[in-house]
Design a protein around this ligand. Sequence first.
Ligand code: GCU
Length: 328
Amino acid sequence: MKLFSLPRQLLCVSVLSLCAAGVNAAEKVTLKLAHNLERSHVVHQAFEELAKEVQQLSDGNMRIRIYPSSQMGSARETLELLQNGALDMTKGSASDLESFDNTYAIYNLPYLFKDQNHFNKVVFGETGKQIMDSTKDKGFFAISAYVAGTRSFYAKKPITRPEDLKGLKIRVQASPTTLKMVELMGGSPTPVSFGEVYTAMQQGVVDGAENNIPSWVQTRHIEIAKVFSEDEHTSIPDFLVISTKTWDRLTPEQQQILMKAADNSQAYQQKLWNKVDAESREQAKAMGATILPVDKAPFREVVKPLFDEFAKDPKQAALLAKFEAAAE
Ligand code: GCU
């Protein structure tokens, strides 16, 4: 008899012992969430909050088991596991996601947002949601988004003008847009996965990197690269990404529980972000590091060709127009 092709109810009749524990037991589910962040990262903390809430809302029937610190591989590798259905969830920064789907490229454009309000309006609004849903046919999609401040350069020496990047190898995420951005600014972009940046800096494989202040401090890159030049070139959100196969396997009730907890984790993370950002600045000072203000005008000027090239694609141009409209 071909047991596995039978509908679930029939299967219960056939394999009675397995179903004896009742309907709830059949609905128990544990989702694996693997990512490349350390436990101190605010996005990891938001995931812990999410896991707690999912468990509470489902009376313990739904659990999320988190594997942090690249235990299951780099961002690229965990996204591939999602596509194969070998992992349920991961964190994807818009930079990681760009090489899987070009729709995410827009978030990697420099000086895209006017301010935090503009960012929030787009990322947590209608347009942001459309982007999050857009990759379902690629095997995954995003169910929540997280703020990640602004990214700036850090190295052993100040980078306050594009000329300062000349001859410097700068670690970047695997985003084609970021690679072009650093090139236009005059530096040599070098993609390295997040967990390997400290060693790459220590061994001189790269001369510097770019990130937000909490990541610079928490990863201890600050020990090697003590000068943070705040040019604030990008604001790139992080996303909680789920495998389409996993999503389709969940019952409507389980989907609802997960979405509610995912929504709440966004609000939780936003509050935490401001606190962690302020604390990290204090910590940086206490460690004897320097945070330099930067005149952004020359940096904005050199990256203009990136926008011209981007707008050549009508689909991207339409998306950019939506982003710009949200600034008004
Ligand atoms: C930030 C961001 C992460 C990302 C990391 C990186 O910390 O929140 O999602 O992986 O930068 O530069 O790789």
